[in-house]
Structure formats: C-alpha cells, structure tokens
Design a protein around this ligand. Structure first.
Ligand SMILES: NC(=O)c1ccc[n+]([C@@H]2O[C@H](COP(=O)([O-])OP(=O)(O)OC[C@H]3O[C@@H](n4cnc5c(N)ncnc54)[C@H](O)[C@@H]3O)[C@@H](O)[C@H]2O)c1
Length: 358
C-alpha cells in the first residue's frame, strides 16, 4: 500500500481527518472513527457487490447492518432517507450509533442527512468511492436530498467524523463518472488557484490515464482546498459560496432535464462554461480564460455545450437557488482563471441571453 496522506478539517471540537491512500478500505483503519455499538452501512446496488463485503467484514463484532439503495440521483429522496431511518430503528441504533456512507455523493449526502436526523444527530463516516465524492461531496458536512422543486432543497449541515479515501476503488468507476469528478477538480483551479489550473492542463493526459501519482496529487489538492474553505466558512456565510461556481446553471439543467439524465459533474462543467462566458459578456473577465476552461474540460471528455432547454424555464429554476437573496439573482462569476467572485444582483436579461446563445 502507498503512503497515506492525512488532511485535517480544522473545525474546533468537530475537527476530523481526511485520509487518502490506495487500499484503505481493506486495512480497516477507518474503524478507528467508530465509537459506539451499532453501525449501519448505507450503499447502493452498484457499489455493494464490489465493496460491501470488505466493509462489513471489517466491522467484526460491532452490531451492524447494511441498506442497499438503487444507484443514482433518483435515489436521493425523502423516501430513501426514511428507509435508512427505518433500518436504523430495526438495528436498534442508539445515540452512539454510526452511519457509514459507502459510495458516491448520492449515498454520502443521503446517509449524512439520515445521520443528522436520527436521534437529532449521530456520527457518520464517509467512505467515498467516486472521484466526485472524494474531491468534493464527502468533505464539508453538507448533507441532504432532492425534492420535486429542486436539488438539495432539504438538508442539514452535519460534519462526518472522518473521511477515508481509498483511491483503489476508482479502478472500477465508469469512465463517464470519473470525468464528472474531474469537473469538480477543475473547479478548484478555476475559482481560486491559477497555478493548479495550469498544473491540470499539464497533467490532463496523466489524469485521463488514471496515473496514481497525478491522481493522488489532484485529490489531495482538492481536499486541502475544500477543507480550508470549510474551516473558514462552514455555514456558507461568504467564501464557501464560491465553491458553487457553475452550480446554479448546472442545477437548473439537472432539474429541468430530470435527475439522472446529466451527471452532476457534467452539469457543473456546462455551468462553469456558462458562468465564465457570462462573466466575459459582462466585461468582467477575458474571453481567452473561458476558452482555456472549455478546452480543459473537453480534454477530460466533459460536455461543454448546454443541452436543449427553454431559457425561461431554466431562469425560473435559477431563481429558486438557495444563494439568492431577496429575489435577486446572486451568481458566482469570475474575473478569470483563479478569481471567482460572488455577484449579488446579476442582470436577468444577460443570463437569459447566455442561456439562449452560449
Ligand atoms: N455535499 C456536498 O457538498 C456535495 C458536493 C458535490 C456534489 N454533491 C452531490 O453528489 C451527488 C453526485 O455524486 P456522484 O457523482 O458521486 O454520484 P453517485 O453517488 O450517483 O455515483 C455515481 C455512480 O457511480 C457508481 N459508483 C460509485 N462508486 C463506484 C465505484 N468505485 N465503482 C463503480 N461504480 C461506482 C454509483 O453506483 C453510481 O451509479 C449529487 O447528488 C450532488 O448533489 C454533494
């Protein structure tokens, strides 16, 4: 096994470690994060046949059970949360129980939300198995589910006790899901670190080839970046909102097209290009930077052209975004690579124009 990297999420008494290494699921070290008598593993039906037996095997004498949900965004519902809570009840889980999220962002968000609400909050541990969950969703404590009106509209802040990232699990991840994770990696460079963006341009081929060193470096950079933002602004009073670069556009496409059509990372890739392109049109950023972003995302095999959707319907979705204040469209735009900013009152006509003709 390669050396393990450890990153601290510095949140005072709720601080926790992120550990990154190949083979971490098998070495069972993640069990150190469990303190109670009961554990419920939440996973999905694609991940379960690959990794569930190893995880349950490591739980040994602990009273434990597993719940296996259908894979995909369509499972991120209140009904599925209810099923997880029922499984905790059946297990006889008390306040010292732990919920273990084994899977991608869907499982992490949902299991974390169930852990936040069971007996007003029990421990949870993230064992992310998609690149997107490793670099983004497993860190930072945003948990929740979708309802018909929009993505992630119901949820809670609930930090995990630990995040264990076993990079070996990426070997089984479908290529399209891997690329979707790279979209969030690109996001960190785009919003706050031009040097990392340039590093990604130089290492795009290595990342496409799953080169272990490049991969670990990209994951560690992303986790450090996100951990820093979360430690400074856990509840998204300011800086953390920058992590939503491309997301307001992306969520609108995801919701409008129906969950499950576009992958989240794909929607974010399209959304980042739209946010960059809007920034250029508003005279806030150089058009060449939009082009570099588009090129890098394309090299990772990500979509950069918005799918067909009615601009007014998309705008209506964007108005529902949690970042808006007093009915004004608040978007994350940029001044160029590495320089994202919150823009509180974006002209709707300009947004409609970029949606109609990106
Ligand atoms: N909480 C946050 O801060 C945050 C941040 C970003 C995204 N998200 C959420 O994350 C979700 C998307 O997460 P995702 O992209 O991981 O999707 P996902 O959880 O649906 O996983 C993608 C697919 O990959 C499969 N899979 C997972 N690991 C695998 C492996 N190792 N081998 C083979 N198949 C595997 C899953 O079964 C699923 O079919 C969205 O709901 C999004 O809103 C949350």
């Amino acid at each position: 096994m390669s050396a393990t990297i450890e990153i601290d999420v510095a949140l005072g008494e709720r601080r926790y470690p992120i550990r990154i290494g190949a083979g971490l699921l098998d070495d069972g070290s993640w069990r150190d994060a469990l303190h109670g008598r009961h554990a419920l593993v939440v996973t999905d039906d694609r991940v379960a046949p690959l990794y569930l037996a190893r995880v349950q095997g490591a739980l040994g004498a602990l009273t434990h059970a597993a719940i296996v949900l259908p894979a995909g965004e369509t499972s991120k519902t209140l009904d599925a949360t209810s099923a997880v809570l029922d499984a905790l009840a059946t297990l006889g889980a008390s306040r010292d129980a732990a919920v273990i999220a084994l899977g991608g962002g869907v499982i992490g968000d949902l299991a974390g939300f169930a852990a936040a609400t069971w007996m007003r909050g029990v421990d949870f541990v993230q064992l992310p198995t998609t690149l997107l969950a490793m670099v983004d969703s497993s860190v930072g404590g945003k948990t929740g589910v979708n309802i018909a009106a929009g993505k992630n509209l119901v949820g809670a802040f609930h930090q995990p006790r630990a995040v264990y990232i076993d990079t070996a699990t990426l070997a089984t991840l479908p290529r399209r899901e891997y690329a979707a994770g790279l979209a969030e990696v690109v996001k960190y460079g785009a919003i706050g670190d031009a040097a990392f963006f340039t590093w990604l341009e130089a290492h795009a081929d290595a990342l496409n080839a799953h080169d272990e060193d490049a991969l670990v470096e990209a994951i560690a950079f992303s986790c450090r970046y996100k951990a820093g933002v979360v430690a400074r602004d856990e509840r998204e009073q300011g800086e953390r909102a920058l992590l939503n670069f491309g997301h307001t556009f992306g969520h609108a496409f995801e919701t409008e097209r129906g969950y499950g059509d576009l992958l989240h990372g794909e929607a974010v890739a399209i959304g980042m290009v739209l946010a960059a392109s809007l920034s250029s049109r508003l005279g806030r950023a150089p058009a060449e930077d939009t082009e570099r972003l588009l090129q890098l995302l394309s090299r990772f095999g990500l979509p950069v052209e918005p799918p067909r959707a009615e601009p007014d319907a998309l705008l209506a979705r964007m108005r529902l975004d949690k970042k808006n204040v007093s009915g004004r469209l608040r978007l994350i735009l940029w001044r160029g690579i590495g320089k994202a900013e919150i823009v509180p009152d974006v002209d709707e006509a300009a947004v409609r124009a970029v949606l109609a003709a990106p």
